[in-house]
Design a protein around this ligand. Sequence first.
Ligand code: SAH
Length: 480
Amino acid sequence: MSASSDDNNRNSRTPAPVAPRLRELATLPVFYKLHGKRVVIVGGNAAAAWKVELLAATGAQVDVIAKDFVQRIETQAIEAQNVNTLRRDWMPGDFVEAVLVVAETENEEEATALQQAAKAAGAHLNVIDKPLWSSFQFGAIVERSPLVVAISTDGGAPVFGQAIRARIETLLPDGLRRWASAAKTWRSKVSTLKLDLHSRRTVWERFARLALNEPTRTPGEHDFEAITRDIDRNDKSLAKTGSVLLVGAGPGDPELLTLRAVRALQGADVVLFDDLVSQEVLDLARREAEKISVGKRGFKPSCTQEDICALMIELAQHGKDIVRLKGGDPMVFGRANEEIVALQNAGISVAVVPGVTAASAAAASLNLSLTERTLARRLQFVTAHARGGAVPDDLDWKALADPHAATVVYMGVRTLAQYCARVMAEGLPGDTPAILVERVSHPDQRQIAGTVATLPALVAAGDIKGPALTIIGQMLRERG
Ligand code: SAH
């Protein structure tokens, strides 16, 4: 059935959804236990050496046949009990009782002979980098054994497969191997509980949630208790309370997210986000996650801090794991404290994932060190957010006028003229360099450079619409 007829079905009144048919599968990934089985490798070069290591790691009996061996194979043969080298040409009889044969050859006649010999012995053959001659292929693997992820491009582009692997590597912390091991141990313990299918599924769903939420922790007996606790009383009554992660979304470019932020997004049931959070970042959230805008333009016309806290508490009490995405770093002008306190008071677990604050990303994009020795001995972040249209009076104007400081002004576009006039009045020389950077890290990032005396007029003419900050200080002269 084609995709479009599937759509037609959905639009018609057909009640039952039609399960999508599997598309054609180029290869079937299977996970093959090789421990104690015989495999033969024909070839002694570096490509063969890697296959020797891989296959030896599975516990297979590995015979390597070649006229010559690279050092790595010689070393393996000495160090690993299950690796043998045979220094000679291969012969058709070599593959008897082997389950796999891996060969390295550039010669098509030899490849054909290998095919025939492997077939006669009932063994599967892989000719390295020659999918056409091979009855099986190796994928790129992400090894968190006993958790193993395999990636195949059906021999099309192994380097592409490796790049995909690198992506997946970043998503799966090494500690998941401990959880996968624990699962193997707990499997039999779970079966002694004699649970029905539904409860057993709940146990493993709880397990998966724990493992993905806290992958770096070593699982212990209390975790087993937590996943099996009161399981036969049915999960509804005991649905666990959800949690909240305040996650720094960075200034916009998803490349600036931390790995922890990406993982949190992939594990969230609900994502609450501000106006400043970019679509590209949101796209990294789990597809099934509910995404709710709590910025000025979403949720409710006037989404107050109290509304947001109440919403998070309600969702967490319904067992949802929530990611609260905040632009930049949640701990910089993000009102994080109000949310943390409200959640703690409601007994909901809350943690923070830091992000790249707009000032850091702006400095990076300008090749600008914010703390250039002698020119900027102090770095200060200040908000010039207007209350009642005027720049706040209670700022430490002496500090802001310090010619040896680097200052980053957040939320200060509208008040820029007032701000600059005031710091000059307090003694900052008018020729101090200043730069406004708009939409940091977005493709349309823009900057307007001037001095404390000239910047306000330049910015007024510049029609700034996106979020912007201003960096002020002598160190701007030393920009790389
Ligand atoms: N927590 C955020 C700051 C939130 S306050 C952080 O750490 O970056 C909002 C202000 O941050 C905006 O008014 C603007 O001054 C600044 N800002 C946030 N994202 C920005 C961006 N992509 N480009 C420029 N300034 C940005």
